[in-house]
Design a protein around this ligand. Structure first.
Ligand code: ZN
Length: 405
């Protein structure tokens, strides 16, 4: 059997002929060509006879053979398409914009779902930024078109990436436990684009939306789906209290004399932590605060009490306790907590609704953690679109199989 025939069998690329093999310093280079003689326009996928020009020896990386890099080489043509103008021809083994074969890209995507950055880069011998653009193409190829069908109970969240200067808005289906939509940005228009894609009919079928207390998201949801119940999850509500506590601590620090400063110094983590996680030293710090700085200690108790109310239990009990908390915070003479009290008062039904869903122990929290882990992994990607593709790849319920012959 001829070596080109053997290689064609091994590679099993559809509509592809292997013409010759060269062993070159960087690996195995195979001269390949499409089985169809008339080129196909990559713009409209129609046959076009008029050839504009030909590129010398363009290469596509394919899966390694026995640990040796392998390339397909082909004199790709540009065609004069009556519909698209001058465009590059479509080759059967790769996407129009890619320098990798589909099999290679599929293998990268399989690993990106399961392996860490270094493993993937070392194994495939490509940079992490390249991984980003590869999975963008794979996700565009494999994502089913109807993921927005049948949505009833969704969650909206924002992710910050690249040292918190840029944001991505993510929509999850709580029932399937999967990400269904993501886009760069975090304002009302960003989320509005989701509802536009969803369309009026499907918007009307939404029963509930979990979200944070940001005015932008609330506006987008109430405009698009006025019937849907708004549910504010506890982590976002608690974050308000944590931020208020930190503001009080900084205010107290600025107003303090040298002695008082000594008591406040190094309390930041002790104040934010759950009481049962405190070390002895931190417990001592809190005792000092309790003795020397009443406003800061009051802020600490407000933060802790709110967390315990949100721990769950009966909806009516939670509502009563929240009303008590609002009164206490309003009288606290701590401006940051009075602001939080006003926000909680305004959205109290949505906050109480969260206690009723029992979501805190559910898989949505797991999904949330997974999305955040992926965001940390995306460091080194060139664009938000690569991060979004990685989120769809790992949290969108996509099944990818390794390439086996
Ligand atoms: Zn065309």
């Amino acid at each position: 059997m001829r070596i080109t025939t053997v290689l064609a069998r091994i590679l099993a690329l559809k509509q592809t002929r292997i013409l010759d093999v060269h062993l070159e310093p960087e690996g195995l280079v195979l001269d390949a060509a499409p089985t169809t003689r008339v080129p196909i326009c990559s713009g409209c996928l129609k046959r076009v006879h008029a050839v504009h020009d030909t590129y010398e020896g363009r290469r596509w990386r394919h899966l390694d053979v026995a640990g040796m890099r392998l390339w397909l080489r082909y004199k790709i043509r540009r065609v004069r398409c009556p519909r698209c103008g001058v465009t590059v021809e479509l080759v059967p083994w790769a996407e129009a914009q890619s320098w990798f074969t589909r099999d290679f890209e599929g293998h990268v995507a399989y690993l990106a779902q399961r392996a860490d950055k270094t493993t993937l880069s070392d194994m495939m011998r490509i940079g992490w930024a390249t991984v980003g653009s590869i999975i963008e193409r794979v996700v565009a190829r494999l994502r089913p078109g109807d993921v927005l069908d049948g949505l009833r109970f969704i969650g909206v969240d924002e992710l910050s990436f690249r040292r918190h200067h840029e944001y991505v808005t993510v929509v999850v289906d709580h029932e399937r436990g999967a990400v269904v939509w993501a886009r760069e940005g975090k304002d009302a228009a960003t989320l509005g684009a989701f509802f536009e894609e969803l369309g009026k009919e499907r918007c009307a079928k939404l029963e509930a939306v979990t979200l944070d207390l940001s005015a932008a998201y609330i506006k987008a949801v109430t405009e698009a789906s006025p019937e849907a119940r708004l549910i504010f999850d506890r982590f976002h509500v608690q974050r308000l209290a944590h931020d208020a506590l930190d503001q009080v601590r900084r205010q107290q620090w600025r107003a303090a004399d040298a002695d008082e400063k000594k008591a406040i110094k190094g309390t930041r983590f002790a104040l934010q932590k759950n009481p049962w996680n405190l070390t002895d030293v931190e417990q001592g710090k809190l005792t000092d605060v309790q003795r020397t700085n009443r406003p800061l200690y009051r802020a600490y108790l407000l933060k802790e009490t709110l967390a315990r109310i949100l721990d769950g239990g009966q909806v009516n009990v939670a509502r009563d306790k929240l009303h008590d908390w609002i009164g206490w915070a309003a009288r606290s003479r701590l401006a940051p907590f009075r602001r939080v009290a006003r926000t909680i008062k305004k959205y109290i039904e949505g906050i109480v609704a969260y206690v009723a869903t029992g979501l805190n122990s559910g898989r949505s929290e797991g999904l949330n953690g997974k999305i955040r882990t992926i965001t940390r992994r995306s460091f080194g990607f060139h664009s938000a679109s690569s991060l979004i593709a990685l989120i769809h790849l790992c949290c969108g319920g996509l099944t990818i199989s390794p390439v086996h012959r």
